[in-house]
Design a protein around this ligand. Structure first.
Ligand code: ASP
Length: 586
């Protein structure tokens, strides 16, 4: 037995007992006659003491301990004279009786404590040391708890947890595949799954009825804070269900997680159509923690000789409560923000409501007080409020106003991380036009069912077809998405055709799915949640990296084991691969 207590467990009630602890040396504080050692494990920290009553040899051993040494210690629990209210074991200490160094440790490259002195790169390189820090470990503990809660909920509802293969045929979901060469099948490749989409649908054909899996997915995309090349989904599929059944089941799952993990019931999730979200929030993942809903002024501002508005397809704005006193400098900074090429607005027209209700705008020259009063009324603006208006093409202006809205939410402190506002966004378009390829792409994926009433439009006006597809959005983040599936091989073939696949391409890539659909495919639908995002949101973090034990950096590298890396010539030969020098490198 290495230990009979953990380092987070001892209290005043244990005074007089002689427990054995094992863990890592966090600090050694030598005050001459007395030496204090903090011993740490996953559960906490306990103070050890060697003093004048400790045998000399033992005291010397204690004084020689280095940071992160692994030790085993037996001692008598006693009450501390100066207590530390910050830690649960802060009222006691352990008077060292026996001490064994189980393993020495090299001096760690950074201090292993909450406010570490290590920079990002260094902590990633020594991730196993970083994971010793409570601040990091507790995110992974939360992750494990959440996975457990998810499994409980789904198991109770008779979902069958099923593993699907990792070496698969490419599943087109819009991203690039990671591919794996096959030694036994020269010049042929597997792909790593972007999701288990086709397999879960085949499980429905197989009669599994309710499937789930907490599963790694792989997408070869450019990385951002909320993206990793490998990430985890809670992947689910159900048979004999309609959209409403899926939404209810998984709203239940989300609510269960909120209740179990956060102790809060977010209530019923509102539902919003994609079209409504775009018109009123300028994006398909609205942050509902605050209002500032878009108001369209297009029809009332034209014809007053103000050219910028006259020439614009759309004039639309938000009312920001209490920001009427924004300075020139603050307003200029907002203008700069929206004029950035990624945002693409032309400028901001602003107005503020004075104490007497009159309106002072940046375009007073063109509009009378009566007209400006109409603006105020449309926005429901109160004295002290700021109205911000963007103008231009609708397609650019609405998303640009969305960026501005979020910025104002941030500046006004309305994005409280502990305030959770989930909603369903429904009725996504089935297809979106892709300029580059000159054809339609599936907005969700090619297996998504059009709304039955829109099927006729597939031939005449494909861009107008709405899908039975839905997203779960929380606080402006897409947490999950799914759809009702096509389960008829003819409709699926038509969909592939609309997406520009020749019959041969469709057969080659998806022949097996269409074949399966001939053998009695049930109506089915499903959803997948981004598990990393969900955990990072619950942990109050911006980056999913912090909730992944061994994440990759922004260039997709694991800096700890330095991968990806070259492989030996013999491996290349076995795989019939030869290396080429990428363009621009020598
Ligand atoms: N496979 C989809 C995705 O990964 C989710 C789904 O439709 O169930 O986004």
């Amino acid at each position: 037995m290495y230990r009979n207590y953990t380092c987070g467990e001892l209290r005043l009630a244990h005074v007089g007992q002689e427990p054995v602890l094992a863990g890592w040396v966090q600090t050694v504080r030598n005050h001459g006659a007395m030496t204090f050692v903090d011993i740490r494990d996953r559960y906490g920290i306990t103070q050890l003491v060697a003093d004048e009553n400790t045998p000399l040899a033992m005291k010397e051993l204690v004084d020689k301990l280095g940071r992160e040494y692994v030790i085993q210690v037996k001692g008598t629990v006693r009450e501390r004279s100066s207590k530390n209210p910050k830690i649960p074991t802060g009222e006691i200490e352990l008077d060292i009786k026996e001490l064994t160094v189980l393993n020495k440790a090299a001096v760690p490259p950074f201090t292993i404590q909450d406010d570490s002195d290590g920079g990002d790169e260094l902590r990633m390189k020594f991730r196993y040391l970083d994971l010793r820090r409570e601040a990091v470990r507790k995110n992974l503990e939360l992750r494990a708890r959440m996975a457990h809660v998810v499994r409980n909920y789904l198991n109770n509802l008779q979902f069958i947890e099923t593993e699907t293969p990792v070496l698969i045929k490419s599943t087109p979901e819009g991203a690039r595949d990671f591919v794996v060469p096959s030694r036994m099948n020269p010049n042929q490749f597997y792909a790593l799954p972007q999701s288990p989409q086709i397999f879960k649908q085949l499980l429905m054909v197989a009669g599994f009825d309710r499937y789930y899996q907490i599963v790694k997915c792989f997408r070869d995309e450019d990385l951002r804070a909320d993206r990793q090349p490998e990430f985890t989904q809670i992947d689910c599929e159900m048979s004999f269900v309609k959209q409403e059944d899926v939404l209810n089941t998984f709203e239940g799952l989300a609510r269960h997680i909120f209740i179990e993990i956060k102790g809060i019931d977010p209530g019923d999730f509102p539902r919003m159509t994609f079209a409504y979200a775009m018109e009123n929030y300028g994006c398909d993942k609205p942050d509902l923690r605050f209002g500032m809903i878009f108001k369209d002024l297009t029809n009332i501002v034209k014809g007053k000789d103000f050219k910028l508005f006259d020439d614009s397809e759309c004039v639309v704005g938000i009312c920001v409560p209490g920001c009427g006193e924004y300075t020139r400098k603050q307003l200029d900074a907002l203008t700069e923000l929206v004029k950035r090429p990624q945002v693409g607005a032309k400028g901001i027209v602003h107005a503020k409501v004075n104490d007497d209700g009159s309106v002072k705008s940046s375009v007073d020259k063109y509009y009378t007080q009566v007209e400006l009063g109409k603006w105020r009324d449309i926005f429901g603006a109160k004295p002290g409020d700021l109205i911000l208006i963007l103008y231009g093409e609708k397609e650019r202006t609405l998303p640009a106003l969305s960026v501005l809205r979020l910025e104002m939410g941030r500046q006004c402190g309305l994005m409280d991380r502990d305030n959770f506002k989930p909603l369903w966004v429904v009725d996504f378009p089935l297809l979106e036009w892709n300029e580059e390829s000159g054809r339609f792409h599936a907005m969700h994926h090619p297996f998504t069912s059009p709304k039955p009433e829109d099927i006729l439009l597939l031939d005449s006006d494909p861009g107008k077809v709405r899908a039975n597809a839905y997203d779960l959005v929380i606080n402006g983040v897409e947490i999950g998405g799914g759809s009702v599936r096509i389960f008829d091989s003819e409709l699926q073939a038509k969909m592939f055709k609309t997406l520009g696949f020749t019959k041969q391409e469709a057969d080659n890539q998806f022949g097996f799915l269409m074949e399966a659909f001939k053998y009695g495919a049930p109506p089915h639908a499903g959803i997948a949640f981004g598990f990393d995002r969900l955990v990072s949101m619950f942990a109050g973090l911006d980056s999913i990296r912090d909730v992944i034990a061994f994440p990759k950096n922004n260039s997709g590298r694991d800096v700890m084991n330095d991968s990806p890396s070259e492989i030996a010539q013999i491996q290349l030969d076995e795989l019939f691969l030869s290396l080429v020098t990428p363009k621009g490198k020598s």
